[in-house]
Design a protein around this ligand. Structure first.
Ligand SMILES: [Zn+2]
Length: 204
């Protein structure tokens, strides 16, 4: 176990939202200041309570099998020392804002203990844009209530492109922006399925 005082002063000293994950992928400690402002701006005030976070698996916060595999690959690359640290730009869009986050994951090797991973997330850009309704959970919920068969819209967790049309597969669909989706008459009542588009897959 990392000494509580040491990890807290360390996590507060580095920028952005910083947290440490143990070898079982459970959140071990969080930098209070960065985490609280992140949770508040993302409309998740319940996440500002440390007891709701510490001990939780980070995989509880990651949606989509392909994305989970992606993170597992990063952990195994770090553990085998193929990489010292890994970084990735993640798209973290809200309904009216396009937001990119730079996430870096590094291995903290310590003598006589299992390894820990340091996560550091820093916002790199934020641009307002016309609303993309399928990113608005309340609107989607309303639209879904009227439907029997819920169409599935695949969305790339890295660049936020979506696969058009709904219910298409890797062979039949084309990756387009959220704005283009609505230009083509796309609907809001869709269930998002988080995955990685071919372009981002090749890049990472
Ligand atoms: Zn992508």
């Amino acid at each position: 176990m990392i000494n509580e005082y040491d990890s807290q002063s360390y996590l507060s000293a580095i920028g952005g939202t910083a947290y440490i994950v143990d070898s079982e992928y459970k959140i071990n400690s969080i930098g209070h200041e960065g985490w609280n402002s992140f949770a508040t701006t993302n409309g998740a005030p319940e996440l500002t309570f440390e007891e709701n976070i510490v001990g939780t698996s980070i995989f509880d916060f990651i949606t989509g099998d392909k994305i989970k595999e992606f993170y597992k690959q990063i952990f195994s690359d770090l553990l085998s020392e193929r990489k010292r640290s890994a970084s990735v730009i993640i798209n973290c869009d809200g309904p009216t804002v396009q937001r990119n986050i730079h996430l870096s994951i590094s291995l903290l090797s310590m003598t006589n203990t299992s390894p820990y991973y340091l996560f550091q997330a820093i916002g790199v850009s934020e641009n307002m844009r016309p609303p993309i309704d399928f990113l608005d959970k309340k609107l989607v919920h309303k639209a879904l209530a009227a439907l029997k068969d819920v169409p599935i819209l695949a969305i790339c967790s890295f660049c936020n492109l979506v696969r058009y049309p709904v219910n298409s597969n890797e062979k039949t669909g084309n990756w387009i922006t959220g704005a283009e989706y609505y230009q083509k008459g796309g609907e809001t009542g869709v269930k998002l399925s988080h995955t990685i588009c071919p372009h981002c897959y090749d890049e990472h």
